[in-house]
Design a protein around this ligand. Structure first.
Ligand code: ATP
Length: 228
């Protein structure tokens, strides 16, 4: 099947200080598909996400999001592409505690220039779908509910690409499983591509493809049957 690539990394080399983190790395991710990148602390997983967000620039190679090479974009174009096409979930939900879950989600849409009753309805639908109380104070939410609210915030602008950095890292095993199950259903349900970086093999194994950071490259996890 010739799926459209929402993320395509070609010949990426990235060096920080005197450390070469990646050398000629290649990665593709289609819409409706998921990839997990598994690696120990310090292997470069967060750097890979920062590269995909355009927050840092590689020394060479290209990073295409929805067909556009972000290494060639200026700051404003990049910010626009990020707002329109990329959703991000962090390890610690990073919600604004003064706002309700609904307000946290709506804020992401407001920043992308959207507003009005249709937005309110979409926020409510998304929070209901993900099982998050809409108007409770964020400070009263459980860890799992917070992460689900953070996922709703990442999805509200209907991103082509969803990135997640240790999205279950702050949860106990039960909530880890609930949030991971929900996360890996999203590519099919919402038609986006999902890239998760994690050190947790039990989370990574839910992905269509599991890659590990090996040396300066990504390789399919031995025994996972995954291919690039
Ligand atoms: N700006 C920087 N300056 C110097 N070293 C850096 C910088 N950014 C990252 N590094 C180094 O690059 C390596 C990879 O860091 P990165 O945060 O990407 O790893 P990680 O796999 O996400 O680790 P963790 O799971 O602990 O978050 C680490 O050794 C880190 O110290």
């Amino acid at each position: 099947m010739n799926t459209h690539h929402v993320l395509r990394v070609d010949g990426l080399s990235y060096r920080v200080g005197d450390r070469q983190l990646f050398d000629n790395l290649n990665l593709t991710l289609g819409s409706g598909r998921s990839v997990a990148v598994l690696g120990p602390s310090g292997s470069g997983k967060s750097s890979l996400l920062s590269l995909a967000l355009g927050l840092i620039k590689p020394q060479s190679g290209t990073i295409e999001i929805d067909g556009r090479d972000i290494t060639a974009l200026g700051r404003r174009e990049l910010a626009l592409l990020r707002a329109e096409s990329v959703g991000m979930v962090f390890q610690f939900a990073e919600l604004l505690s003064e706002l309700s879950p609904a307000e946290n989600v709506a804020l992401a849409a407001l920043l992308a220039g959207r507003s009005g009753p249709e937005l309110d309805a979409e926020v409510a639908r998304l929070l209901d779908e993900l099982g998050v109380p809409r108007s409770a104070s964020v400070s009263t939410l459980s860890g799992g509910e917070r992460q689900r609210a953070a996922v709703a915030r990442a999805l509200i602008n209907r991103p082509r690409l969803l990135l997640a950095d240790e999205p279950t890292g702050s949860l106990d095993d039960k909530n880890r499983d609930l949030v991971a199950d929900m996360l890996f259903e999203l590519p099919q349900r919402h038609g986006c591509g999902l890239l998760v970086v994690t050190h947790d093999g039990a989370v990574a194994e839910r992905a269509d493809h599991v890659l590990t950071v090996s040396g300066r490259d990504l390789v399919p996890l031995a025994g996972s049957g995954a291919t690039r």
